[in-house]
Design a protein. Sequence first.
Lengths: 222, 251, 229
Amino acid sequence: MRDLFLAVLLRDLKLASRRRIDSLLPVVFFIVALSLFPLGVGPEPQMLRDIAPGIVWVCALLASMLSVGSLFAGDLADGSLEQLLLAPQPAIAVAAAKSAAHWLLTGLPLIVATPLVGLLFGMSGSALLALVAGLLLGTPILSLLGALGAALTLGLRSGGMLLILIVLPLTMPALIFGAGAVGNIEAGLDAGGHFSLLGALLLATALGAPPATAAALRISTE
Amino acid sequence: MNSPSLRLFTFAAPSRFYRLAGWMVPWFWAATLVLSVAGLYIGFFVAPTDATQGDAYRIIFIHVPAAWMSMLLYLVMAFWAGIGWAFNARLASMVARAIAPTGAMFTFLALWTGAIWGKPTWGAWWVWDARLTSELILLFLYLGYIALVNAIDDVRRADQAGALLALVGSINVPIIYFSVKWWNTLHQGATISMTAAPKMATTMLTAMLLMTFAFWAYAFAVVFTRTRAIVVEREAHADWVTELTRGKMHP
Amino acid sequence: MYMPPATPHPSTPAAAAASVLQACDLAGQRGDRALFEHLELALEPGAVVWLRGRNGRGKTTLLRLLAGLATPMAGEIRVNGVPQRQAGPPLRRSVVYIGHQNALKDDLTAMEALLFLARTRGDRPDDAALTAALQRLGVRGSRFAPVRTLSQGQRRRVALARLALCLHADLWLLDEPFDALDADGIQALNGLLAEHAARGGATLMTSHQSPSLRDPEPRVFDLDRHGLA
C-alpha cells in the first residue's frame, strides 16, 4: 500500500510543480477573501482582532473546498483514475495519497500565509500561535473530508457547489474547536481541551475518510 | 425494525409493496387526523398555562415532536439507504429517497416553531442555542443528500452515493451535536436552552406523545405515497406497471 | 477471410481450472438498459480473442466488467479459477486493462508517464527497461517529450508500451488497441500480442476492423449473438 501511496503522492506533487501558478491560487483566494472582511465590517482594530480567528478558519475552509473540487477531475478525464482503481493494492492508498497531496498543496500554504494574516488583523502572538496550531490539526481534516466530497460528486455538472454543500456541515466541528481554541487563548483560558478534541477529530477522520473516499470512487466510476 | 418489515423492504418485489402500501396509506392518514386533533386539543386547550412562559410555550407540542422526527428520520433514511447499498435491494433505496423530503420538512418545521417560541420568550426570532443550531446543520445534511441524489442521473450510482453520504452524516450527527453544545456553552453565560422546557405536567406529556405518534403516522402516509410514486417511475418498463396504467389493476 | 467460429467453453471444473478467465451467466447493463445476459466466456492460456459487435452492444461494458471496474448485475467472473470479488493483489497484478483512454498525464514526459503506470502495478522498471518498451512501439525518440506535445497516434503507442513491460501478465484486456495506430504501430502491437500468447498469456480485445494478426489466429466472440435486441 505504501508504494501506491507514495507513487500517487509524488506524481501529484510533480504535476503541481509544473503548474506552479495554478498551485498558488488557493492561497491567493484565501488572502483576498480575508481582505474583504475589514472592507465589509469596518477597520476598528479591536473588532477585527475579535473576529480574526473565526474568519481565518472560514476562509481556510472555503479555499480548501474550492480547490478540492478538481482533485479527481483530471484523472477521470484522461483515464488515469481507472488505472489507479485497477491497481493491485487497495484504493484506500489512492484516497489517502490524494488527500495528503491536497493538504500539502493547499492546507500547508494556507498555514504559512496565516502569520501574514495575523499581522493584517492585529492578532497577538499567543493568539496567532493557537490559530496556526489549530489550522495544523484542522486543515488535514478539511482535505480528507474534501476528498470524500470530490469523490462523491465526481463528474457531475453541479460539482463545485454541490461539494461545498455536502462537505461543509461535516467540517463544522473542526471549525468550532479550532476557532474556539484561539478565543480561549485570547480570553486567557486554557485551550487544551479544544486541541485534544481537534486531534481526536483528525485521528477519526484520517482513519474513516480514506476508506469512505475509496468506496465513493468505486461508486462514481461504475 | 421487526423481521417481517426488514424482509419486506429488503427483498420484496416493488409491485407487492405498491399494492400493500396503497392499502395502508388511507389508514395512516386517518390515524394522523385522529392523533393530531387529540394531541393539539390537549396541548392547546387542556394543558395548564405555564407559570413563567404563559401560553406561548404551547408551540413546543409541535416543536419538540418535529425535532425528534427530524433526527429519527435521518437515521431511518440512512439505515434503509445502507441496506439498499449492501444488499442491492432496490426497494430499500427507494424508501430512503422518499424519506428525505419529509425529514427535511420536519427539520424546517422544528426551526420555524423554534423561532415562533423564541420571539415572545426572548424577544428574538432566532437564538443560536445548541439545539436550534444543530437542527439547522441537520437541515443542511438533508439538503445535501437531496441535492446529491438529484444531481446524479444514473439511478444506481445516485442511490449508492446517497447511502454513503447519509451513513457518513449519521456518524457525524452526534459529533456535530456535541460540538455545537460545547460551542454554545462557551459563548453564552446563562444557558438559554430549548431543553429548559416547563416542567412536564402529565397532560403536557400526553399531548407531546400524541403529537409524536401523529407525526409518525403522517410520515408513514407521506413516505409510503412518495415511495409508490418512485416505484412506478423506476419500474415503468415492467409489465405490472403498464397493466396498471391501462387500468387493469386497482391503484 | 476465414474466421474460426466462436465456441464458448463448457463451464466444467476442469475447464475452470485451466481457464485464465471465465465468465458464467454474466449480465451487463449500461444505465438502465440491459445489454446482455446469460453470457458465457472462457479464455485459456495462449488464446487471443477478438470481441466483436456493433456499436452500443456493450463491448466496452463487458471489458470493464471482466477487468473488475464494474460489478455485473448477475453472474460470476473467475480469474485463474478464483472469483473476482475475492481476488487479492497477486491476482489483480496478473490482469492488465488498457481502455479507450491512454491514462497518460499531459504534463509528464512519456517516460515518466510510463513509469507511473508501472508503479501502480507495483513494478519498478529502470530507465533501460522503459526505453526498450518505448522502442518496441517506435516512440523511443519522444521519451523525454511531455505527453501533451505528442500526437494521438504517439500517445496510443506510449500507452501500449505498457504491454511490453507486462509480457508476463496472465491476462490482457484491450479496448480498441489498434485505434489511431498506423501500419508500423499495428505491426508492433501484433508482435507484442504474439509474444504474449507464446508465453501463455491470454488476450481479449475489441477492434472495429478485423485484426491482421495471423499467429495465433484470433478467435471471434460475437457479442451480437449474446446481446439483447
